[in-house]
Design a protein around this ligand. Structure first.
Ligand SMILES: Cc1cc2nc3c(=O)[nH]c(=O)nc-3n(C[C@H](O)[C@H](O)[C@H](O)COP(=O)(O)O)c2cc1C
Length: 229
């Protein structure tokens, strides 16, 4: 049963303690809804199209939860691996606290942030739960739930991929590389629908971001067809 947000209460940046789970204040700029049922633009994506959500090489946010602890980190090294069933890889350094949650829970979410979230993405990649137990609250990351998936999802992104780790202990330990199967996917239908991206016609704030180095990002550029002269 969903509860309407309580007006005038902000859960981020320590404005309300304990946090209001239905915050709709200015401190939650991306999303007012804490449940996918209230996020009307998020549509399910067929698994045979899920690979397209990351095929253009965006910097992503990786989130996980274990034993009541949840966290989000930025990841530039996310790569598609297979179509059917869809698989991907992410590189998760041993210093990342999110990696520990993923190793213990065996699952994570890859979400594709937009240019509107470039500061959030940089913050989640330059702060650690190890140093700041309030990392998520301080970052302002607007989390929501998708029933049946016990993981935190970051609101305001363009796409979300629920992933289950395919254990490869040697590869994980030696190369920090995690292989995962995509078990479900969703996208904001204002920028991804009918199995493809629509960056050309979507609001520019939905452009995905691509990290180069040192907090320097590009937003995705114009479309070109290889078949056009
Ligand atoms: C844009 C950006 C991209 C990043 N890409 C990766 C990556 O691909 N793999 C990785 O292990 N860390 C990457 N990082 C660093 C982690 O996000 C960083 O270590 C983060 O603080 C981990 O948070 P946690 O310890 O709370 O999990 C990236 C950071 C930024 C800012």
């Amino acid at each position: 049963m969903l509860t309407e947000p309580t007006l005038g209460q902000h859960c981020r940046q320590g404005k309300v303690d304990p946090p209001n789970p239905f915050c709709q204040g200015v401190c939650d700029p991306f999303s007012r809804a804490k449940d996918i049922n209230m996020q009307h633009h998020i549509q399910s994506v067929a698994l045979d199209r899920a690979g397209r959500l990351i095929n253009h090489g965006p910097t992503v946010l990786v989130s996980a939860r274990h034993d009541g602890v949840e966290n989000v980190m930025s990841v530039a090294w996310c790569c598609g691996l297979d179509f059917d069933p869809p698989k991907l890889t992410v590189v998760l350094d041993k210093i990342a606290q999110t990696r520990i949650l993923i190793e213990r829970s065996g699952q994570f979410v890859v979400q594709v942030p937009t240019i509107d979230q470039v500061v959030l993405t940089n913050t989640l990649g330059t702060t650690s739960l190890h140093d700041d137990p309030g990392k998520l609250a301080h970052s302002g990351a607007p989390l929501f739930e998708i029933p049946g998936h016990d993981m935190p999802f970051v609101g305001g992104c363009a796409a979300w991929l629920a992933c289950r780790v395919i254990p490869e202990p040697h590869v994980q330990n030696e190369y920090d590389l995690f292989v995962a199967e995509v078990t479900a996917a969703w996208a904001d239908d204002r920028v991804f629908r009918n199995g493809r991206w629509h960056f050309e016609t979507a609001d520019p704030r939905f452009r995905t971001i691509h990290h180069v180095a040192g907090g320097h990002f590009y937003a995705i550029g114009e479309a070109r067809n290889a078949s056009d002269p």
